[in-house]
Ligand binder design. Structure first.
Ligand code: GDP
Length: 459
């Protein structure tokens, strides 16, 4: 990849739609589009136009008209990539978009690699790496919380926090180094105590970010939810009832094991990822006894368990075992089939467990609102708190934070053991570097390439 050439790509989806955008970035972008674009009033070239202007006209391949379009002009440095950028808004047909792109390339641009526009924005210093990564997160956001959090990261929340931490660390390194260089004028007497305070404070801030990773994951991926219960309790009926709520935005995503699926669904803004084992749906498994082991396995990875109980049947040993097993989990017990003659009450469940209980009829969609209200309470208060903090949703960031934490802990150990000062600065430097990875300040080129290659075309 070069930085000094001009790249082009189709930036919108490759399906037929209203508008298709061909994005061109680089020093030649304006002159290239000038070769194929004729404005309606033919008297001026794009090169002579002001930045941030839109121009109506036609794309030509020699004498032949290819499409009608609007061209947007964004001159360096005020553009997505900080380079000259031209966007051609043509009609959104796959054929016509390909044709326009082909023309742009024939006239001197090179096809962009996935993520290359964003990579240029990073390399040209418009955004840091955490912001670049958030662009991808915004595109892949599955719910409004994830979107909000990604937007925050794009606006630089993580960058600011990391930059602040690094600045403090660098200050200490600089102090130690200059004192070691010039012991006559700068004394390190009592310095270890000061450093201990600073490092402890830094560790607290890092710890806080690390603590956010669980919520961060939930926020990004949804609450991993397992529906558990004995055969015929009404699990499939419940699943259908939940999915029926917002069928339109249900997407099927591959689960962690081969025979499970997760259905991502957003109910009243609450993102649920329902673990749908093949067993929940297949009729064969309905006959098979659920068994405690299976419930255990399903509940293991879940953030939330919906435990379905058939209220028209007496509780038995299996129920007791399953409830015992779910003790450490966030659970809502659903007393199902309340439309039938019931033989158990909420109190019967409370004998075994203090889990929240909601009475429903999955078949008739009764009591679902109460379930959703309860979820909302759990989600917004207490158990799942989503406020204005920074959420770490990226494994790469988490690893760097963990490493930086180790390095800083090592500094504290060195202070404890009264090691010479240059020991402090070695570990401080290591922490500084680790934190730098998050914002892309000490990353090798290979890693940068790897990160950007996971981007979409045209982004
Ligand atoms: P699963 O084995 O736990 O997935 O149970 P199913 O969802 O397949 O339901 C078993 C049977 O119970 C089916 O015949 C359902 O129609 C019935 N069922 C499920 N929920 C209710 C309910 O709320 N009321 C009544 N009366 N029947 C229900």
């Amino acid at each position: 990849m070069f930085l000094n050439d001009t790249i082009a790509s189709i930036a919108t989806a490759m399906t037929n739609s209203g508008i298709g955008i061909i994005r061109v970035s680089g020093p030649e972008s304006i002159s290239i589009v000038d070769k194929i674009f004729v404005a309606k009033n033919r008297n001026k070239k794009l090169a002579d136009r002001n930045t941030y202007t839109a121009h109506y006209g036609f794309i030509y391949d020699g004498e032949e008209m290819v499409d009608e379009c609007v061209v947007l002009l964004m001159k360096a440095p005020n553009s997505y990539t900080k380079e000259d950028v031209v966007e051609i808004d043509c009609h959104g047909g796959v054929m016509v978009m390909k044709k326009v792109l082909e023309l742009v390339i024939r006239n001197g641009a090179r096809p962009a690699e996935p993520g290359e526009f964003t990579k240029r924005a990073f390399l040209n210093g418009r955004i840091d790496l955490s912001q670049a990564e958030s662009v991808m997160d915004i595109i892949h956001s599955k719910n409004e919380f994830a979107l909000k959090s990604s937007l925050k990261q794009l606006r630089g929340s993580l960058k600011e926090e990391i930059t602040g931490l690094r600045k403090n660390i660098l200050h200490e390194i600089a102090f130690i180094e200059s004192a070691l260089d010039d012991p006559e004028h700068i004394s390190l007497d009592g310095y270890a105590d000061n450093l201990k305070v600073v490092v402890t404070e830094e560790l607290k801030r890092i710890e806080k970010m690390l603590e956010s990773t669980d919520n961060g994951r939930i926020l990004k991926e949804g609450i991993k939810t397992a529906i558990i219960g004995k055969p015929n309790a009404g699990k499939s009926t419940l699943l259908n009832s939940i999915l029926g709520e917002e069928r339109a935005i249900v997407t099927e995503i591959a689960g962690t094991t081969r025979d499970t699926l997760e259905e991502a669904v957003s109910i009243h803004g609450i993102p649920l990822n329902i673990i749908d084992t093949a067993g929940i749906r297949s009729t064969e498994d309905v006959v098979e006894k659920i068994g405690v082991n299976k419930a255990k396995e399903m509940a293991k990875d879940a953030d939330l368990v919906l435990y379905v109980i058939d209220a028209s049947k007496e509780l038995d040993e299996d129920d007791k075992n399953i409830m015992e097993l779910l003790k450490e989990k966030k659970v809502i017990a659903l007393m199902n089939k309340m439309d039938l003659d019931t033989v158990i009450s909420k109190e019967d469940i409370r004998v075994f467990s203090d889990m929240a209980v909601v009475e429903i009829s999955a078949k008739h969609n009764d009591g679902m609102q109460e379930l959703y209200d309860l979820l909302k309470d759990m989600f917004f208060d207490g158990n799942f708190s989503f406020n204005d903090e920074i959420y770490i949703t990226n494994m790469r960031h988490k690893t760097a934070l963990l490493n930086a934490k180790d390095n800083l802990l090592q500094v504290l150990t060195s202070i404890e053991n009264e090691m010479p000062e240059d020991f402090y600065s070695i570990d401080l430097m290591a922490a500084y570097e680790e934190l730098g990875y998050i914002i892309g300040e000490s990353l090798g080129e290979d890693l940068v390439n790897e990160i950007f290659s996971s981007f979409c075309m045209g982004k």
